[in-house]
Design a protein around this ligand. Structure first.
Ligand code: SME
Length: 154
């Protein structure tokens, strides 16, 4: 993706999420916008934290695992570490959970607001080394837009 394409997607997401407080509706539309706009992806979706388990939320792509314990897989590790994990080759990640066997690289952004983790935004690609630093920054900005616009309930 070119910088201008990334910028346009961020603007589009901000416009769609603006004035809509429903977290699930915003998550669903964010997944749809990412999946339609970002090339070379096979899965994008949300997992929401319930206790010490991530539970599947809105997504685009094939059927996915519904529950991931914190600390397990790329998603659970991103929550445990409180930072984005960008994995060039999922086969080299100890404990990777293969929901879709097509996935080769993965980027997981933890959704953190007021020092609380609400879940993760998980993006998978069927190509190794699909995500670079600019992609990571863009997905972190998209996640921040979801956090800023959505009403989060305890
Ligand atoms: N690969 C993830 C599991 C979720 S799927 O990719 C949709 C993980 O290792 O946590």
């Amino acid at each position: 993706m070119q910088d201008i394409e990334r910028e346009l997607l961020i603007q589009q997401v901000n416009a769609v999420l603006d004035n809509e407080p429903n977290a699930i509706a915003n998550a669903a539309n964010l997944c749809a916008l990412i999946f339609a706009s970002v090339p070379r992806l096979n899965w994008v979706g949300f997992y929401f934290l319930e206790g010490d388990t991530l539970v599947l939320g809105p997504f685009q792509g094939k059927l996915a695992c519904t529950r991931i314990p914190v600390g397990q897989g790329v998603c659970g590790s991103a929550v445990a570490q409180g930072e984005t994990l960008r994995i060039d080759n999922v086969h080299g990640f100890d404990g990777h959970i293969a929901c879709d066997t097509a996935s080769e690289s993965e980027l997981v952004v933890p959704l953190i607001k007021h020092e609380k983790v609400w879940g993760v935004l998980d993006i998978d690609s069927p190509h190794q080394q699909r995500f670079d630093e600019q992609d990571q920054i863009m997905f972190e900005q998209l996640a921040a837009s979801w956090l800023a616009n959505s009403e989060l309930k305890h």
